[in-house]
Design a protein around this ligand. Structure first.
Ligand SMILES: [Zn+2]
Length: 602
C-alpha cells in the first residue's frame, strides 16, 4: 500500500492568509470598533434595571456582541502564538500577540459591570434569566463563579485589578520568560541557551548530563535574586488580592486554587494523602532505573536519563501517525480516523524550523473551532508518545467543537484526562506489539519514569508551593530560604531515593513563575491518576463486551466544561473522587506498571 505523505507545517490560510493580511487588520479594527460600541451600550445597563424583560433582552444583546469580539481576539491570539512557536523571533507575531492580549483584557474590563450583575443577582432572578436559552449557555460557569460572590470587589476595583495586572502581575511572569531566553551557558565547550541545555539532561552520557545540570544550576544561581523577586511579587500580589477580597469570608490560597481547578478541597486532600502513602512506589521506580543505569546513587541530573541501549531507529512521521491511529482505533475507530485527519489537513506542525520554541502543545481556533498541534518531531519513541498526548487533547477539543464557547473551556485538572488516556492507549498497544525484550523495556521504562515524576517530583513541588505561600504571608522570602524550602520538600518526598537534591529547582522550574496560576503543579498529578482511573474502568468494560464504551468516553469529555470534576465522575463513572478508593484504583495500575518494569530487568 502506498503510504501517503502528510504536510508537516500548519495550514492556517483559511483562518487568515498571513499575519499582515488586510483581512486580519480589518477584523481587528472591527473588533475594536465593536468593543467601543459595546462599552457605550453597557452604560445603558442602569436604564433597564427593574424591568425584567428589557434587562433580559439587554443581556442577550451584550452576549451576542461580546461573542464576536471574543472570537476575533481569540483567533488572532492563537494565530500569533502559533507563528511565534514556529519562529520565536518573529517580531510581527510578538506585536500581534500583545495587541490580541490587550483586546481581550479590554473586553473583560468592559464586561465587568455585566459580570458583577450576574454574580450578584438574587437566586430567583438568576434562575429566571438562566431559562433564556442564550443566557443559559453560561449557567455552569456563572454558578461556579457565584460561589465566590462574597469575594468580589466593587466593579471599579475589579476593573482596576484587570488593568493593573497587565503591567503588574503579568509583567513578573513575562520577566521570568525573558530570563529563560537570556541565560547563556557553556557546556562541553559550546555556548548555548537553556532550551538546548535542557535537552542534554536526557543524554545517555552521564558525565554530559552532570555537566549540563551543573551549568543550568549555575546559570540560575546567577539570576537568583531576580527570580526570588518574581516569586515574592507573584505570591505577594495574590495574597494581598485575597486579603482585599476576603473581608467577608477568608479563603486561603489552596481554596482559591481548588476553585480554579473545579474541584473540592476534600478531593485535593484525599488525592495528596493517597499520593503520600504511595510515594514509595515512585521511589522504587527510581531505584530500578538506577539499577538499570548501573548508577550507585541517583542524582537530580539523572532524572531525565534515557533507558540505556534503547533502539535508535527513527520512526517517520507518517508511521507515527499510523501507530497512533491504529492504537486509537482499537478503542474508538472514529478517534483513529481523527488522528489521520489531523495530519491530512495540516493541523500538526512538526517539521523543525530555525528559532523554534521547545516543547509541544495543543491549541484551538475559536471560529471555526479547529484544534492545532505543535511538536518538533525527530522520530524518537518519546516523540511518538508526545504526539499521541497532544492528539488526545485535540480529540477532546474536537468532540466539544459544537458546544457554546463558555462550555468549551475546561479546568487544568480535567484537561490532562484526554491526553494521558491517549498516551496510555498508544503505550499499551506498543507494549503488546513489541518485537524484542529491549523494546518492551523501553516502554516499561517510560511508565516507571512517569511513576517517579508524578508520585514524587510533582508532590515535592506542591509541598514547596505550600511552604512558599505560608512564608510569604509573613514577609519577603530570601533566595537562601527558597533553597532551604526546596531541599526540605525534596527530602520529604525523595528521601533516600536520590543522593542529592536540586536546591535551585525553585528558579529552574518555570511552573512556579506562571502569573495566571498559583499551585500550577498538582493538576498534573490529578490528571495522571484521574486518567488512569478512567482508562482502567472503560477498558475493562470494553473487555467485558460492553458496546458503547467509546461513546461513554466521548460523553465524559463533552461534560468537562460544564460540570465540576466531582459531578463528572458521579455522572459518568458512578464514583466519588473525594473518597480514597477511586485514587487507590489508579495507584494499583501504577504499581502494576512498576512491577512490569522490574520484570523486564530480570
Ligand atoms: Zn497535556
Amino acid at each position: 500500500m502506498q503510504q501517503r505523505v502528510y504536510p508537516q507545517q500548519w495550514q492556517n490560510q483559511h483562518i487568515y492568509p498571513s499575519l499582515d493580511s488586510c483581512v486580519l487588520e480589518a477584523d481587528m479594527s472591527l473588533a475594536r470598533a465593536s468593543l467601543a460600541e459595546l462599552s457605550g451600550f453597557i452604560e445603558g445597563l442602569a436604564g433597564v434595571q427593574g424591568n425584567q424583560p428589557a434587562r433580559q433582552d439587554f443581556l442577550r444583546e451584550v452576549r451576542l456582541r461580546a461573542r464576536r469580539i471574543r472570537e476575533i481576539g481569540w483567533n488572532i491570539a492563537v494565530l500569533a502564538a502559533c507563528t511565534g512557536s514556529q519562529d520565536a523571533r518573529d517580531p510581527l507575531a510578538k506585536q500581534l500577540a500583545s495587541r490580541a492580549r490587550a483586546l481581550n483584557a479590554d473586553l473583560f474590563k468592559t464586561l465587568a459591570p455585566i459580570e458583577d450583575l450576574m454574580l450578584g443577582l438574587p437566586e430567583a432572578e438568576f434562575e429566571q434569566l438562566m431559562q433564556d436559552p442564550l443566557l443559559g449557555e453560561e449557567e455552569y460557569r456563572l454558578r461556579h463563579e457565584r460561589r465566590l460572590q462574597d469575594q468580589r470587589l466593587p466593579v471599579e476595583a475589579e476593573q482596576l485589578v484587570i488593568g493593573l495586572g497587565t503591567d503588574g502581575l503579568h509583567a513578573w511572569g513575562n520577566l521570568y520568560n525573558d530570563l529563560v531566553g537570556k541565560i547563556r551557558l557553556v557546556i562541553d565547550g559550546r555556548e548555548m541557551g537553556l532550551a538546548e541545555a535542557s535537552n542534554l539532561l536526557s543524554s545517555p552520557d552521564g558525565a554530559l548530563r552532570k555537566e549540563a545540570f551543573d551549568a543550568i544550576s549555575a546559570g540560575w544561581e546567577g539570576e537568583q535574586e531576580t527570580v526570588a523577586a518574581i516569586l515574592n511579587a507573584l505570591n505577594g500580589w495574590r495574597l494581598e488580592l485575597s486579603r482585599q477580597r476576603g473581608k467577608v469570608r477568608t479563603l486561603d490560597a489552596l481554596d482559591l486554587s481548588c476553585h480554579q481547578s473545579h474541584i473540592e478541597r476534600a478531593t485535593l486532600d484525599t488525592l495528596m494523602q493517597e499520593t503520600w502513602q504511595a510515594r514509595h512506589l515512585g521511589q522504587r521506580a527510581l531505584g530500578l532505573m538506577a539499577r538499570r543505569l548501573g548508577i550507585e546513587e541517583l542524582g537530580p541530573e539523572d532524572l531525565f536519563a534515557p533507558p540505556p541501549a534503547s533502539s535508535h531507529r527513527s520512526i517517520p512521521f507518517e508511521e507515527a501517525i499510523e501507530i497512533i491511529a491504529l492504537a486509537f482505533t482499537g478503542f474508538d475507530p472514529e478517534m483513529g480516523e481523527f488522528a489521520r485527519m489531523m495530519a491530512e489537513r495540516g493541523w500538526i506542525d512538526a517539521a523543525p524550523t530555525p528559532n523554534r520554541r521547545t516543547g509541544a502543545y495543543c491549541t484551538k481556533f475559536a471560529d471555526p473551532v479547529e484544534p492545532r498541534v505543535f511538536i518538533t518531531y525527530a522520530g524518537t519513541m518519546d516523540n511518538v508518545i508526545t504526539l499521541a498526548h497532544e492528539l488526545g487533547h485535540a480529540w477532546h477539543n474536537w468532540l466539544i467543537r459544537d458546544l457554546p464557547m463558555s462550555q468549551r473551556s475546561y479546568p487544568m485538572t480535567l484537561a490532562e484526562t484526554a491526553s494521558i488516556f491517549a498516551e496510555t492507549l498508544v503505550r499499551s498497544a506498543l507494549f503488546e506489539q513489541a518485537q524484542s525484550a529491549e523494546e518492551r523495556q523501553a516502554i516499561a521504562w517510560a511508565e516507571a519514569d512517569g511513576a517517579a515524576t508524578f508520585l514524587v517530583n510533582i508532590p515535592a513541588r506542591f509541598d514547596f508551593e505550600q511552604a512558599l505561600v505560608a512564608e510569604r504571608e509573613q514577609g519577603y522570602v530570601s533566595s537562601a530560604r527558597l533553597k532551604a524550602l526546596t531541599d526540605e520538600a525534596w527530602g520529604r518526598w525523595y528521601e533516600e531515593s536520590l543522593g542529592r537534591y536540586h536546591p535551585m529547582f525553585w528558579a529552574a522550574k518555570a511552573h512556579f513563575s506562571i502569573a495566571g496560576f498559583g499551585f500550577y503543579n498538582y493538576p498534573y498529578l490529578f490528571g495522571y491518576l484521574f486518567s488512569l482511573g478512567v482508562y482502567q474502568q472503560l477498558i475493562s468494560r470494553q473487555a467485558a463486551g460492553e458496546q458503547d464504551v467509546a461513546q461513554a468516553y466521548r460523553a465524559l469529555l463533552r461534560d468537562t466544561g460544564r460540570m465540576s470534576a466531582e459531578e463528572l465522575v458521579v455522572k459518568h463513572l458512578g464514583q466519588d473522587i473525594r473518597e480514597a478508593a477511586f485514587w487507590q484504583g489508579s495507584l494499583a495500575l501504577v504499581a502494576a506498571a512498576v512491577d512490569r518494569f522490574e520484570q523486564t530487568l530480570s
